[in-house]
Design a protein around this ligand. Sequence first.
Ligand SMILES: C[S@@+](CC[C@H](N)C(=O)[O-])C[C@H]1O[C@@H](n2cnc3c(N)ncnc32)[C@H](O)[C@@H]1O
Length: 280
Amino acid sequence: MTGASAPVPTAGVAMTALGVALIRARETARPDRLYADPLAEVFLSAARPGFDAGRWAGLERLAEQYFEGRTLAVEVVDEHVRESIAAGCRQVVLLGAGLDTRAFRLDLPPDIAFFEVDLPELFDFKEPVLGAHRAHPVCSRRIVAADLCGDWERVLLERGFRADVPTAWVDEGVLGYVPRAASYTVVETATRLSAPGSRFGIGRFQVDAAAPQYRALRELVLEVPEGRPVNGLGPDGESWFAAHGWRTTFRAWDELIAPYGRPSGLRGDPAVGHVVAVRE
Ligand SMILES: C[S@@+](CC[C@H](N)C(=O)[O-])C[C@H]1O[C@@H](n2cnc3c(N)ncnc32)[C@H](O)[C@@H]1O
């Protein structure tokens, strides 16, 4: 199998995963790259023939507009995963994993159970491409093909997730697509499944719904140029964690990315950054 026959997500929310793959491929091609994700280009090569030229160009334009901040965020999440494992987490759960390849590209211990949760149509594309490329994960990777608005917990447990083992949870751009009430159900479920010492990484940022790139994203993916869906945890996410048995620590975005010497992609707002919640 070449992978070219994998059904390409050319519409809907699963398509956003290709936008982030474009960003990681672009980073990988830089001589001063922050990380290397060679599989990103493999996914793109398999996906490109499924798109008409105009739609693909629209996706590329969007990836370019979001590049500066989003590529740094990949590195910030890489660090969150490394720190969580160094602190004793033996499981990782990527919520809305998309075309992420941390289970292949990070230097993770082989005994780490690495769960990727995403929609079935995403894995219908991802798995054949990985298989055709004979990609081998460095740890115990397990896919959880399920909707986060549904019973993803059951599928996660069926795949061997253990609620008595500390877990590193990652939301890297998925809850922004999940309605607010369902987003809180997701974190309630994660809280119930989190042994002491588990860690949850949460982005704290402001979305400027009027910004041209945000409008372009809505048009391309959601096909709704007007109006802003009420998704994600919103401004109360961090305090929700603090009130539900998690100790939270905030680091400002500008401080987090200063060592990389790159433009931040954000406006230098000291309230924007990354929160790590540790289960007590
Ligand atoms: C912007 S992409 C981010 C992907 C990945 N975290 C990354 O950074 O490369 C959002 C991902 O969330 C997934 N997603 C959106 N809504 C979802 C839902 N209700 N259940 C599961 N996955 C969902 C999409 O399929 C997509 O892969």
